[in-house]
Design a protein around this ligand. Sequence first.
Ligand SMILES: Nc1ncnc2c1ncn2[C@@H]1O[C@H](COP(=O)(O)OP(=O)(O)OP(=O)(O)O)[C@@H](O)[C@H]1O
Length: 363
Amino acid sequence: MLAIDVHQLRKEFKVQKNREGLKGALKDLFKREHTEVAAVKDISFQIPQGEICGYIGENGAGKSTTIKMLTGILVPTSGKLVVNGYIPYKDREKFVQGIGVVFGQRSQLWWDIGVIESFRLLRKVYRVSDEDFRRRLDELVETLQLQELLNRPVRKLSLGQRMRCELVAALLHNPSILFLDEPTIGLDIVVKMEIREFLKRLNREQGTTILLTTHDLQDIEALCSRVIMLDDGSIIYDGGLEELKTRWGKGREVQFQFTDPVSLDDVTFMTSGLDVRWSLENEVTAKVWIPREMNVSEVLSKVVGLKDISDIKIFETNTDEIVREIYQSGSADAPRDLSALSSNEAEAGEKEPIKAGTGAGES
Ligand SMILES: Nc1ncnc2c1ncn2[C@@H]1O[C@H](COP(=O)(O)OP(=O)(O)OP(=O)(O)O)[C@@H](O)[C@H]1O
């Protein structure tokens, strides 16, 4: 079953226009003019149950607006959406029982009361039985190590402590879908890693579907097999993270540290016949750039044996760079190069843009 099913979803906001000058301001007092801003432009995607999907894009791309529609906070201008079998903005009461939401920038806990009191209030909001509440709370408190924090008021918690409590608050009613909007924003690396581990475990053990909005691509790398990329309200990529790296990554670099000094001619000679590029870092260190369609082992087998090597490092394509490049170009199907495809794909003449919904979880 699909956890999230979105077709041609659109959201327009009415924005007030401010006319220039004193005259304009006076006119605005009597008659306001408005323009329509399309924040989300007819997007479609499906997320199967149990998938962790990253939802990324630059500031103002439309991520939060989408999440707000998916969680029933905003009513779409047009299009269809079904989440967990419900239309979020219509079936609110039943719908919220099955979802959990964490907005990294906003708290759902009461600021001045003890954390445990907030949890008790949320138990009533979600109508969780006493027994289920106790069992679930014990589990979550233990996993996230919150024992010491339960009686402290939220305002006295550090950001990392608060975020762990926010996760508990969002999961007390055991939702099958979790929406996370920037859950690791402002956290230090240790807490980020703890939260990522917790989310992985939640997904693995309970099959919770997770839609994750983040600017931190390490979150995506750690958690998501699939990524949906938004640009100016439209989806420009929907597919596997590995696929994105393979198609956009321009190759890999391997650094060799040799025992004895080498020249550029020496190293180039070792791989003659291969379409690679060498550069010298210093007299014993050389780097070779290998195009993405070539196997690294092909190059290694030529070099190892001819020269004594003291160290080898392989530099993989960096997701940050790939994503930045795609944002800048506004399209994810530009560098498509048939030579990069497997022979089967090339023979079949597969030409679909990467934008097509080919998430890993759909296979
Ligand atoms: N209530 C609103 N009224 C008018 N315009 C809005 C409103 N909410 C969002 N927008 C506009 O819609 C566009 C998308 O905003 P949204 O907050 O969804 O982007 P985002 O991808 O979440 O950005 P960020 O990463 O900065 O949070 C922006 O141009 C924003 O100014």
